[in-house]
Design a binder for this molecule. Structure first.
Ligand code: GLU
Length: 280
């Protein structure tokens, strides 16, 4: 299949207009390219994901007139795959155990200051063994230094942006994974990090075009690095603008944006919503 795209919501709340816009954008692109549209449930954050939200996602998207390939991939069922990918990185010396807590990392940071990306290094083996023996919690972090060495620099890491980033970035983009620091790939409470699962699944599902909101543009920089380290293909990216409400603010779950459920309950027809969002 020469065009495969996906909508990949996290079932941590009900869908709102912003999600509908994103899903319709991907769906329309797949239809126009005579390609394939996938739905992927990104429920690796077990503390926030809920089955009722997942059920609502399927129902709301079907109401909106979308259809997708089955079976739907649910990330929580594939944790072994993600751990295998981390193991691959570990065997190549690309990840290390970090015992620092967020609080320790943030020491000295005033509340109004942005978090500084963390860059660390593995502990000396004896100290690490001691901490492990004491049962101290740790996170697996991706080492930028080791990654840089393995790849001989990040200059070759580029991706094609067919849409635009939040500052109009478009065309061939030079990835800057270093801006995120040594990202966490896994830890106890969050078994596996979002970036790793996304990169692994996009490759496994043969996704050729990642179509999503430009709030995830920065994620593409990190994901591009993971693709290189895991020998996975790089899809074409299309980041779209975010839908704003009448107040000029973007729709977001946390702002209690009106959900698709509420619109449905209020008698809004799917055709009317599609039209409002610019789709026929
Ligand atoms: N699951 C992510 C979210 O709901 C989207 C991931 C992606 O499209 O790459 O924000």
């Amino acid at each position: 299949m020469s065009f495969v795209t996906r909508f990949a919501p996290s079932p941590t709340g009900y869908l709102h207009r912003g999600h509908a816009y994103s899903a319709l954008t991907a769906y329309k692109a797949a239809r126009e390219a005579d390609g394939c549209f996938l739905l992927r449930i990104e429920d690796i954050d077990v503390t926030r994901s809920r089955p009722e939200y997942e059920a609502a996602i399927l129902e709301d998207l079907a109401w909106l007139g979308l259809s997708w390939e089955r079976p739907v991939r649910r990330q929580s069922e594939h944790l072994d795959d993600y751990h295998a990918a981390i193991e691959t990185l570990r065997s190549r010396g690309l990840v290390y155990r970090c015992f620092k807590t967020r609080k320790e990392i943030d020491i000295g940071r005033a509340p109004h200051e942005p978090a500084v990306p963390y860059v660390g290094a593995p502990l000396p083996p004896a100290e690490e063994a001691e901490r492990l023996a004491r049962g101290e919690a740790f996170a697996w972090r991706l080492s930028l230094a080791a990654a840089r060495q393995t790849l001989g620099g990040f200059e070759t890491l580029t991706f094609e942006e067919e849409g635009a980033g939040p500052n109009g970035e478009t065309g061939l983009i030079q990835a800057r994974p270093e801006t995120a620091g040594d990202i966490v790939l896994a830890r106890k409470d969050v078994g596996v990090a979002y970036h790793l699962a996304v990169v692994r699944d996009d490759a496994l599902q043969g996704v050729t075009h990642v179509i999503r909101g430009h709030d995830l543009f920065e994620a593409a920089h990190i994901q591009r690095l993971l693709q290189a380290l895991l020998d996975l293909p790089t899809p074409i990216y299309h980041h779209h603008g975010l839908l704003v409400g009448p107040d000029g603010k973007r729709y977001a779950k946390r702002d209690r944006a009106q959900t698709l459920r509420e619109l449905r309950a209020a008698g809004v027809r799917p055709e009317a919503l599609r039209k409002e969002l610019g789709f026929t």
